[in-house]
Design a protein around this ligand. Structure first.
Ligand SMILES: NC(=O)c1ccc[n+]([C@@H]2O[C@H](COP(=O)([O-])OP(=O)(O)OC[C@H]3O[C@@H](n4cnc5c(N)ncnc54)[C@H](OP(=O)(O)O)[C@@H]3O)[C@@H](O)[C@H]2O)c1
Length: 241
């Protein structure tokens, strides 16, 4: 397994305006990385960028192909290289399969799968020409389970696992390490940003473990980038799901 030293590396973190992405951008910066901060919220990114030495605010919508390509180009132009991609931007959608809105389903796949794939395609040649790199794709513990109303979201996160672990095999010879992380329920804006067509008949399932902080998940992501492990589980018990 190839491991990576974070110091002085250049990282792109998508979804860096909030939650897991913001905590990861802060942690990578604290470890000496230079970070391109990506999300749709220009003002928020510019404010965060002032806090994080050597960071770059890069407003971009991850559902727009040309914008993703430009985000990678601009990062390369600004920093001269790209060592780490944290493919984290994402959104949830709650709906029973029968009531799943097809437009919303397509949106979720554009954001949670296609956008991540395009970002990978853009950084791979750059990383290859530099002799290697690290790509960390943020999936979800729901990709390991079959939970009512989570069909669209969890299948998108499963698709991301398939893409990630296939790319991992393909890119071994280029010294590019692709990993996937499965966060458990994490205290971020995720729940309030989750779209819904659920009428409430599935509510009240509850969770059996306390939720994690974004900082906890960021630490897992950092350890995963450093170790190059294929799959990073927020908790060991998730390996048995
Ligand atoms: N929180 C959980 O319980 C949990 C559990 C498992 C997995 N996850 C995954 O963890 C990742 C991060 O989520 P989070 O919990 O940190 O939620 P969050 O606080 O809602 O953050 C989501 C981030 O994604 C960005 N984003 C959303 N749509 C975007 C778009 N079209 N283009 C660019 N950026 C976009 C948001 O920024 P803007 O609004 O500024 O664009 C924000 O920075 C997601 O992939 C999520 O599926 C979360």
């Amino acid at each position: 397994m190839v491991s990576i030293d974070i110091q002085k590396r250049v990282a792109i973190v998508t979804g860096a305006s909030s939650g897991i992405g913001l905590a990861t951008a802060r942690l990578l910066t604290a470890k000496g990385a230079r970070v391109a901060l990506v999300s749709r919220s220009k003002d928020t990114l510019e404010r965060i960028s002032k806090e994080l030495p050597s960071s770059l605010a890069l407003p971009a919508d991850i559902t727009k192909e040309n914008t993703i390509r430009r985000m990678v180009e601009q990062t390369k132009e600004h920093f001269g290289r790209i060592d780490i991609l944290i493919n984290n931007a994402g959104q949830g959608y709650d709906a029973p399969i029968e009531k799943t809105n097809i437009t919303t389903f397509r949106y979720i796949f554009e954001l949670d799968v296609v956008g991540q794939l395009i970002a990978m395609q853009e950084v791979i040649p750059i990383m290859r020409s530099q002799g290697g790199g690290s790509i960390m794709n943020v999936s979800s513990g729901t990709a390991l389970m079959y939970l009512p109303t989570m069909g669209a979201y969890s299948s998108a996160k499963r698709a991301l696992v398939g893409i990630s672990l296939t790319a991992r095999e393909e890119l071994k010879r280029d010294n590019i390490v692709v990993s996937v992380v499965y966060p458990y329920i994490t205290l971020t804006n995720f729940q309030e940003n989750t779209m819904t067509d659920s009428v409430g008949e599935w509510e009240g399932g509850g969770s059996y473990h306390p939720a994690d902080t974004a900082e906890y998940v960021a630490q897992k992501i950092l350890e995963g980038v450093e170790s190059g492990e294929a799959e990073i589980f927020a908790h060991d018990w998730m390996r048995e799901l």
